[in-house]
Design a protein around this ligand. Structure first.
Ligand SMILES: Cc1cc2nc3c(=O)[nH]c(=O)nc-3n(C[C@H](O)[C@H](O)[C@H](O)COP(=O)(O)OP(=O)(O)OC[C@H]3O[C@@H](n4cnc5c(N)ncnc54)[C@H](O)[C@@H]3O)c2cc1C
Length: 102
């Protein structure tokens, strides 16, 4: 999705602690601050230590838990499992881009 959008990828602390992304990509109190036009919170709970460093025009959250705190903070909140939602969103985005370029 980031490649399609020309977007940067950030992560939360558990992800950098697991070594899935380097600490340089961690957003939050003990990471970096970001000010994007659009912030996709994909499987982000919405902890203050993370969100305090997000200064976005628009927050789009996808989370399978409708009660996750991020759902209250987001401008657009989608209740879905990422494993099902992301491949579909990426396919739609590819189709939209191809249509735009045609
Ligand atoms: C002193 C201190 C400093 C900290 N500094 C930072 C910091 O700099 N940055 C930071 O990020 N955190 C920081 N933290 C940790 C912070 O408090 C949270 O624990 C952390 O942000 C949680 O990350 P998360 O939302 O990715 O993970 P989780 O809290 O584990 O949440 C995962 C979310 O993803 C959802 N989810 C899981 N699987 C799926 C799926 N398949 N489909 C859809 N949704 C799914 C869950 O419902 C859940 O809401 C700090 C904590 C302390 C005490």
């Amino acid at each position: 999705l980031a490649d399609l959008l020309g977007a940067a990828v950030g992560c939360s602390r558990p992800i950098s602690e697991l070594g899935w992304e380097p600490h340089s990509r961690q957003i939050g109190q003990t990471g970096k601050g970001v000010s994007p036009r659009v912030y996709f919170a994909l499987g982000i709970s919405g902890a203050m230590q993370h969100m305090c460093a997000v200064n976005a025009d628009i927050v789009i959250a996808v989370n399978r838990d409708p009660k996750a705190p991020i759902m209250e903070m987001a401008d657009y909140a989608v209740v879905a499992d990422l494993k099902e939602f992301m491949p579909r969103l990426i396919e739609k985005m590819k189709a939209w881009k191809a249509e735009k370029q045609a």
